[in-house]
Ligand binder design. Structure first.
Ligand code: G4P
Length: 283
């Protein structure tokens, strides 16, 4: 679900995050593998200072494998634990519990030295809207997990999901707000469908996507729609409309329909695995 962000929303999201983060040892941050930087909010680094950190490259099924690997390296170099996941199909989920324990090893060691034994590690999931937080929590926790925390009659306590005897997960994810200052970031968030369509011009957006695809994935539009990848993006869009019989009243080309079709094909992976940003631009 898209969320219109006003300063009030951001303040509330931040306050909730500040409260909840105090309760955990580890922050599990979901990013979209197609735009691992644009789908983050760097403020989480401040909020999560002194916590163990795990980044999940979610929707890795929609991004190119070689770039998923490069992004994993990129974040590992910066001291995050990293796992590539596909929360929808369960890919990568099995390894998570082990990675959580490994990421919190220092803390567990410290506890042990102070004589605190068997205290479970506590974790919370954070990320911008639509990045897959709920899907991930469901995939990780499944249905078999026991909920802990709330006692009957106590409504205010936090709900913790016990994943195993060593790990507990806060059942509600922290919502991070996307960054708006940067045009490119906004555009990429719009490509993946994280910005409300009503406030966008879909034809312009699709032409931007066409421009990107022609440059970084040449031949992909030709392969999918059997069109020539011409210099002019609007002509390309018209070609897609022609090829897919997007017509108004049976004759005029419906470029808006073609634009929606292209964006939809991209977002659902029907154009293939496509990465929209590359680590070499962020070194
Ligand atoms: P949120 O809590 O962070 O807001 O995100 P949520 O879990 O609601 O997921 C947003 C959308 O992303 C959902 O699609 C979900 O199925 C999809 N999704 C989550 N993880 C993955 C993944 O690893 N790969 C892919 N391909 N998709 C993922 P939806 O269109 O809202 O629903 P549906 O089409 O799945 O029913």
């Amino acid at each position: 679900m898209y969320f219109q962000w006003y300063p009030g929303h951001m303040t509330k999201a931040k306050r909730m995050m500040q409260e909840n983060i105090k309760l955990v040892d580890l922050v599990i941050e979901l990013v979209d593998a197609r735009i691992p930087v644009s789908s983050r909010n760097p403020e989480i680094d401040k909020l999560g200072k002194n916590k163990a950190r795990l980044i999940l490259l979610n929707k890795s099924d929609l991004a190119e494998d070689k770039w998923n690997d490069s992004w994993a390296e990129y974040f590992k170099k910066r001291d995050y634990s990293v796992v590539k996941v596909n929360s929808k199909k369960g890919g990568g989920i099995k390894s998570i519990q082990g990675v959580i324990q490994e990421a919190c090893r220092e803390k567990t060691e410290r506890d042990r030295k102070r004589g605190i034994l068997n205290r479970p590690v506590r974790a919370m999931v954070v990320g911008i809207p639509n990045v897959g937080k709920s899907t991930f929590i469901n995939a990780l926790a499944g249905k078999a997990c026991t909920k802990t925390g709330n006692k009957p009659g106590v409504t205010k306590g936090k709900q913790w999901i016990r994943l195993n005897k060593n790990v507990e997960l806060l059942d509600t994810p922290g919502i991070l707000w996307p960054k708006f200052e940067d045009q490119t970031v906004g555009l990429r968030l719009a490509f993946i469908g994280s910005i409300k369509e009503e406030i966008l011009n879909v034809e312009e957006l699709s032409m931007e996507l066409i421009g990107f695809l022609k440059e970084f994935y040449p031949g992909i539009l030709k392969g999918k729609y059997q069109i020539e990848e011409m210099e002019d993006n609007f002509l390309c869009l018209k070609e897609i409309a022609k090829s897919r019989h997007c017509l108004i009243k049976g004759s005029e080309l419906d470029t808006e329909k073609a634009a929606r079709l292209l964006l939809d094909d991209f977002r659902n992976g029907r154009l293939g695995k496509i990465t929209l940003e590359f680590p070499y631009n962020y070194e």
